[in-house]
Design a protein around this ligand. Structure first.
Ligand code: SAM
Length: 200
């Protein structure tokens, strides 16, 4: 049942030009979710709910996903798809700007999937820090942004700010005490930042 629904969502995304987790990154994404089996997930950027449903299907049995989406039509479509799944009571889609909604959320979350406005990643990271469990994973998609982020070549003008902010994001997670970060090249680049439990 889930397989058919996911295929339908992939077709819908393609036909309507909705960006969903890139095929190249999907295996790595699924592997990480299966390894972590999170209980309480925060997603920034729902689109039509595709990644939220993947996470719900591979996380812990008691998984709950809170997912934020700025585009009203997409948030509505996501709710429609999610209602047709076995996870209808486990995924909560909130419509609005992630940076604003984050101020009203209560943690703790043990897993965050960051996949909304790329230029806002450093800001999102600072905002989610107080909402994280001691042991938590923050997975950020598109951090290599078409190869510009690690390239010595100058990005085209229109991508200058995004590239700069994503470099800032990588520097930020690498320099935040308690986190270790791995950058995976799959898809458009995934940053996996793990917060390790420590005493005191
Ligand atoms: N996570 C989804 C998946 O893999 O199925 C894909 C998300 S798509 C790449 C990014 C989404 O973030 C878009 O639907 C976009 O409307 C949303 N978005 C962009 N800026 C946002 C913001 N400031 N707050 C919340 N959502 C935002």
């Amino acid at each position: 049942m889930m397989e058919a629904l996911l295929r339908e969502m992939e077709d819908y995304a393609q036909e309507n030009h909705v960006p969903i987790i890139n095929e190249g990154a999907r295996d790595a994404f699924c592997r990480i979710i299966c390894e972590e089996r999170p209980h309480r997930v925060l997603e920034l950027g729902t689109a039509i709910g595709y990644s939220a449903l993947l996470m719900a299907g591979m996380g812990a049995e008691d998984i709950e996903v809170v997912s934020l989406e700025l585009n009203e039509a997409r948030a509505a479509k996501a709710k429609e798809f999610i209602r047709r799944s076995p996870y209808r009571d486990r995924i909560h889609v909130l419509y609005g700007d992630a940076a604003e909604l984050l101020g009203s959320l209560h943690g703790p979350f043990d897993f965050v999937f960051m996949d909304a406005a790329k230029g806002q990643y450093p800001r999102y990271f600072r905002q989610i820090l107080p909402l994280l469990e001691k042991r938590a994973v923050v997975l950020a998609d598109n951090v290599l942004f078409r190869g510009y982020v690690l390239s010595k070549e100058k990005p085209p003008r229109r991508f200058k700010t995004i590239t700069k902010r994503l470099r800032e994001y990588i520097g930020l997670v690498q320099n935040t005490p308690g986190f270790t970060t791995e950058i995976l090249p799959e898809g458009d680049g995934l940053a996996v930042s793990r917060r390790m439990e420590h005493d005191g």
